[in-house]
Ligand binder design. Structure first.
Ligand SMILES: O=C(O)CCC(=O)C(=O)O
Ligand SMILES: [Fe+2]
Length: 373
């Protein structure tokens, strides 16, 4: 099977497409009350930067609790508030000020790696309804890791999802004339977020009973696809209803593919996450909070111990909504086996070894129209 009509073809194995479909179907069908939840934990990570080992262990414990139940949490005290606000403003400028012709010049259909501008109603993450998927209202701009965006400068070994040596033109940037300061702003945001992700990896390691620096050798040239997203205002605002009738889907129900996602959202709600008993819970934006969620690769790597929770976006408000996810992965060329601390007699290793980039690429290509999450 290949990806799509409009987007460039990428090979995808039937296995991965099937796996993606089965997985989402099972998640949408499950009506278990065992692990149901009604709220998303907030974790203040401030003391993990300067505090003691005990401080970091205490935060790691909260992360473990959140990841084994909800699969989502907010972090505060991360020190990125200013960058977050500036980048959300930049996103608004990109969508509303850049002329259509400049966006067309960086259209995602010209990119092998799903980079560049994606018009509204272009793709769908609906892996279940492959014949007639509901088009999603989101408009997006996608980019990926470049050593020049990494404050460490990288280790010179970055490879793309398919293992290819990076092409310096893989990212499609709008011209400086079309939006002055864009590259600079994105680069500041991306650099600080990458470093925050690396810091979170230390906390994730502790949370999994692993040595604090366990993941460090695997994040020297990490995968990090990021995107700016705009969701148009609802024509039929109904803030209190979780039904989807009369509402357009901003981004369909899905789980993310990589290790974990860091998501900035502006003050307009829209993100909803699925509790295993079938209730959708609003991940309402909180002041200074960044949403963190476990993604599928990490769920596999942890033998299912950490949960990758299904979520969707529906803008039920009369305002436009902007968000900026970064999908953080370990080095794409890293092949890993189930984490030893997640194997037990009750939970023997369930998944064969996998390479990070290959896994993400297969999942990506299996989405309808080959779009991103
Ligand atoms: O826009 C959001 O709030 C969520 C975006 C998301 O889930 C994704 O892009 O995978
Ligand atoms: Fe997502």
């Amino acid at each position: 099977m290949t990806a799509s009509v409009d987007s460039p073809a990428m090979d995808v194995t039937d296995d991965s497409a099937l796996e993606a479909r089965k997985y989402l179907a099972s998640r949408l069908a499950t009506k278990s009350t065992e692990t149901s939840f009604r709220s998303i934990p907030v974790i203040d990570v401030q003391s993990s930067f300067s505090g003691t080992n005990e401080d970091r262990q205490a935060i790691a414990k909260q992360i473990h609790e959140a990841c084994t139940t909800v699969g989502f949490f907010y972090i505060t005290g991360h020190g990125m508030e200013e960058t977050c606000n500036a980048t959300l403003k930049l996103a608004k400028r990109f969508f509303n000020e850049v002329p259509e012709s400049s966006k067309e010049a960086i259209h995602i259909k010209t990119s092998k790696y799903f980079r560049g501008w994606e018009p509204a109603s272009f793709s769908s993450v609906d892996v279940l309804e492959t014949k007639n998927p509901a088009k999603e209202t989101k408009e997006a701009f996608n980019w990926g890791y470049e050593a020049g965006l990494d404050p460490t400068g990288g280790d010179g070994k970055y490879v793309e999802l398919d293992g290819a040596v990076p092409d310096s033109k893989a990212n499609l940037w709008p011209s400086e004339d079309a939006i002055p300061g864009f590259y600079q702003g994105i680069s500041e945001y991306y650099g600080s977020t990458l470093q925050l992700c690396r810091h979170l990896c230390r906390l994730f390691a502790l949370s999994l009973d692993l040595p604090e620096f366990f993941f460090n050798p695997m994040i020297t040239h990490p995968g990090g696809i990021a995107r700016l997203i705009k969701y148009k205002a609802s024509e039929n605002p109904q803030p209190l209803s979780f039904s989807i009738e009369d509402q357009e889907i901003g981004l369909g129900a899905h789980s993310d593919y990589e290790c974990f996602t860091l998501l900035l959202q502006d003050s307009v709600p829209g993100l909803e996450i699925l509790s295993p008993d079938g209730h959708w819970i609003s991940a309402t934006p909180i002041q200074g909070g960044i949403v963190v969620n476990v993604a599928d690769f990490l769920m596999r790597w942890t033998n299912g111990v950490y949960k990758s929770t299904v979520h969707r976006v529906i803008n039920r408000t009369a305002e436009e909504r902007y968000s900026i996810p970064l999908f953080f992965s370990i080095n794409y060329d890293e092949k890993v086996e189930t984490l030893p601390s997640c194997i037990s007699e009750d939970n023997p290793a369930k998944f064969p070894p996998i390479t990070a980039g290959k896994y993400v690429l297969d999942r990506l290509a299996a989405t309808v129209l080959g779009g991103y999450q």
